[in-house]
Ligand binder design. Structure first.
Ligand SMILES: *Cc1c(COP(=O)(O)O)cnc(C)c1O
Length: 404
């Protein structure tokens, strides 16, 4: 059942494989410790103990205290809880939310919902590398603001954002600060105190934990109106019977991520750099999207001019190479990625982008195979591309004009 996949998986920004240690824990808890963690009897309290052990591990991964960790169903829930629930609790500060133009759809849409409820929502601009414009943020804070939300690392292009600086600006104006750290946790060091945030979202399945479980860091004393009411679990911040197997699995994933963080990052960065260098050397007319340096170690987003991302994606899939265009959440939509648009990419460039996100199981041989296959796919698609034919005709004319 754990056979290695027969394809090369380079879509770890969408999800990651569950590690065997995590799966073992989920299985053991499912079969042996299936008590309700809220039950007073001893069997329930065994489950409670597993939850509290996981809380300690998740807290350690992000430099928080265990009592500041609220378990949720994942980052979508964590983000919605903050954008709707924290903002609501903080509205005395001004019914305004400031987010960036490149947030994950679950932050974007949650903020839009607040907009429909009469709140003002400001989208802070980013530059051509997807780095948030701190000047624009500062100006956006001129008016009273309840909450600022700046993601720690972008899920499409991998750019790491200056969250600590953003948090400092927000604090000066009395606003609370949230960061969606879902892509960053387990990939780069994350510390809630170094960042200076009040709320932070993370998701287990982005760092080799199970799907459908995550956490929200709520700094001691930070306010929150819960989204879910009823059971008073998680100190009243998130009602509902706890997903004990998932939470225990998240705990193991957090423990392994903390232990192996540097080794993982070093290995995956070397592979990513090899992929980037190989593509750049082999394939003409390709452009890096995102920040060349301030970027997640496993992320590579590039545009291949004159070809459609979707066409490349499908051809690569047929050759056993799995990657994505933009984010899995907006895949299937014909609109160009809102992230690339916010970065000022022309529509053609935005439509010709591919995201490779590497992970633990990838090897140098995988990278070399992907470069070969991609070079062939791009060449074949360009031969069928009318815009490439136009480009070559123009270049031929220029060369003829410039010659003799
Ligand atoms: C994956 C992702 C989410 C959503 O997380 P789920 O746990 O799958 O709901 C939110 N934000 C970012 C940046 C992500 O990459």
């Amino acid at each position: 059942m754990t056979a290695a996949p027969h394809f090369i998986y380079m879509d770890h920004a969408a999800t990651t494989p569950v590690l065997p240690e995590v799966a073992d824990m989920v299985r053991a808890v499912t079969l042996e410790h299936w008590g309700n963690a809220s039950s007073v009897h001893g069997f329930g309290q065994q489950a409670r103990k597993l939850v509290e052990e996981a809380r300690v591990k998740v807290a350690a991964l992000i430099g928080a205290r265990p009592e500041e960790i609220v378990f949720t169903s994942g980052a979508t829930e964590s983000n919605n809880t903050v954008i709707k629930g924290a903002a609501e609790a903080l509205k005395a500060h001004g019914e305004r939310i400031v987010i960036t133009a490149i947030e994950h759809p679950c932050v974007m849409e949650a903020a839009r919902t607040m907009g429909k409820r009469g709140w003002h929502v400001t989208h802070v601009k980013v530059d051509g590398r997807a780095t948030v414009d701190l000047d624009h943020l500062r100006r956006s804070l001129a008016e009273k603001t309840a909450l600022v939300s700046v993601m720690l690392a972008n899920n499409e292009v991998g750019t790491i954002e200056p969250v600590a600086e953003a948090a400092r600006l927000a604090k000066e104006r009395g606003a609370a600060v949230h960061t969606d750290a879902t892509q960053a946790v387990g990939r780069i060091p994350v510390d809630v105190n170094a960042l200076g945030v009040d709320y932070l979202s993370l998701s287990a399945h982005k760092f080799h934990g199970p799907k459908g479980v995550g956490a929200l860091f709520v700094r001691r004393g930070a306010r929150l109106t819960p989204l879910l009411h009823g059971g008073e679990q998680e100190a009243g911040k998130r009602s509902g019977t706890l997903n004990v197997p998932g939470i225990a699995g998240l705990g193991v994933a957090a423990e392994l991520a903390r232990r192996d963080l540097d080794a993982r990052a070093t290995a995956v960065r070397a592979l990513r750099d090899r992929l980037e260098a190989g593509i750049t050397a082999r394939i003409p007319h390709c452009l890096l999207n995102g920040h060349p340096v301030e970027r997640l170690p496993n992320h590579l987003n590039m545009s291949f001019e004159f070809v459609e991302g979707e066409a490349m994606l499908l051809s690569l899939d047929m050759h056993g190479v799995v990657c994505s265009t933009g984010s899995a959440c907006s895949a299937g939509s014909l609109d160009p990625s809102h992230v690339l648009v916010a970065m000022g990419c022309a529509p053609a460039r935005a439509h010709s982008s591919l995201r490779f996100s590497l992970g633990l199981a990838n090897t140098a041989a995988d990278v070399d195979t992907v470069i070969e296959i991609l070079a062939g796919v791009v060449q074949r698609l360009r031969r069928m591309s009318p815009t490439y034919a136009d480009f070559q005709r123009k270049r031929g004319m220029e060369a003829a004009g410039a010659g003799v």
